[in-house]
Design a protein. Structure first.
Length: 173
């Protein structure tokens, strides 16, 4: 049985139990006070993001009551204009798997009719799909919320990642 066939069978089973083809659910719209400061502020030159879908992976450290936690994230350009930058934690909010940035999403049409003709973040564990052009909101699958957002600032020729959405602590504890 091929991997794509297994995905289609899993999607059928999930749909049977009510997990497939859910309506779009909004990602958290956090305010500045809803972010925790990172232990290590990360700096990236704006020149790294020249065209749409340019992406940079990074590791950030966060102090928690249980100790320091390493969070993997991505900074990417989601549109052609200047403000089209987004930063997401790549931990799936469903079961703490690492989501993957998938540029060719055609194979996911067998799982979801909500797949758009653009790159998505996909959880390989339970196939939650997240839209990077809509603040990482979940568009299908068992995840109940969108990806956690990193706070960042753009100043002159630099992008500075400074914090993480505070609700990530619920997932990490």
């Amino acid at each position: 049985m091929t991997f794509n066939r297994r995905q289609a069978i899993l999607a059928s089973c999930l749909a049977f139990f009510g997990f497939g083809h859910r309506p779009v659910r909004a990602a958290s719209q956090a305010s500045d006070s809803d972010f925790l400061e990172l232990n290590n502020r990360l700096s990236f030159p704006t020149s790294m993001f020249k065209q749409r879908w340019d992406i940079v992976k990074f590791d950030a450290m966060l102090s928690t009551p249980e100790g320091a936690k390493r969070l993997q994230g991505v900074l990417l350009k989601t549109s052609d204009d200047v403000v089209g930058l987004s930063a997401f934690c790549t931990i799936c909010p469903h079961e703490i798997c690492q989501v993957e940035f998938v540029a060719d999403t055609e194979r996911y049409r067998a799982i979801s009719d909500t797949v758009v003709g653009q790159p998505l973040f996909v959880c390989p564990c339970h196939f939650s799909l997240f839209d990077p052009t809509r603040q990482g909101e979940v568009i299908d699958g068992p995840a109940l919320r969108g990806l956690y957002a990193f706070a960042f600032e753009v100043a002159e020729n630099e992008i500075l990642v400074t914090g993480i959405e505070a609700k990530v602590l619920e997932l990490l504890s």
